[in-house]
Design a protein around this ligand. Structure first.
Ligand code: E4P
Length: 218
């Protein structure tokens, strides 16, 4: 399973990259706004800066909601850097735009997926990725884990080439659930990835090893 970082924060991207486990980055308009990146030129440059840190796919989302606007923006974003994957919301115009962009050889990530039906339409249109939002479903007492499992099972039946990118991951246990379901990618906050490292027996074991070493070292 690949790890993407769900942020536009360059320091966090550098930190995750330095761990040697980073496979890509996802952004969205809220994530970009959180970093205070304003204006088209700055936003475009920020996408390029991210691509230059990580060796992998970087999702950049269209803002337009009409078909012509989506394909124009998508073509523009794709030209910024070969690692850019155009993120398109799962709407009727979005599905049409994914089909058009796929025909032009432009990879897309269909975002805001909350049902198996939405994932199916995006895959049939030729999306490179579908992004089911686990955390936002869990937030409303629905089960994001059920959705991930269903999408992976159904994509397996029909052998879609679309990768399942588990999104809206809030914590480490979500990552474990995605691993168990067989997700192709999990896009996560850095804290959730680092949480995978933690176990009190590791800390305690290391403490004892070092204390024992001290007893015999001169
Ligand atoms: C990723 O592609 C999504 O934009 C992101 O995971 C959304 O996460 P959130 O629900 O924490 O905003």
């Amino acid at each position: 399973m690949k790890f993407f970082l769900d942020t536009a924060n360059l320091n966090q991207i550098k930190e995750a990259n330095s761990l040697g486990i980073l496979d890509g980055v996802t952004t969205n308009p809220s994530i970009m706004a959180k970093e205070g990146i304003k204006g088209e030129d700055k936003i475009n440059q920020h996408y390029i800066d991210i691509c230059e840190i990580v060796d992998g796919d970087v999702s950049a989302e269209v803002i337009a909601t009409d078909y012509d606007g989506m394909i124009n923006e998508g073509e523009h974003l794709a030209k910024l850097h070969p690692q850019i994957v155009v993120k398109v919301p799962c709407t009727e115009n979005g599905i049409k735009a994914i089909k058009y962009l796929a025909g032009k050889g432009i990879r897309t990530n269909c975002t805001l997926i909350f049902t198996v039906g939405q994932a199916l339409l995006a895959a049939k249109a030729g999306a490179a990725y579908v992004s089911p939002f686990i955390g936002r479903l869990d937030d409303i007492s629905s089960d994001g884990n059920v959705l991930i499992n269903q999408i992976i099972k159904i994509f397996g039946y029909y052998q879609f080439e679309t990768s399942v990118l588990a999104a809206s991951i809030r914590h480490t246990m979500h990552i474990i659930q995605c691993l168990d379901a067989g997700a192709d990618v999990a896009t996560c906050p850095l804290s959730a990835i680092k949480g995978l490292l933690n176990h009190p027996l590791t800390d305690k074991g290391l403490e004892v090893f070092l204390a024992d070493y001290e007893k015999v070292s001169f």
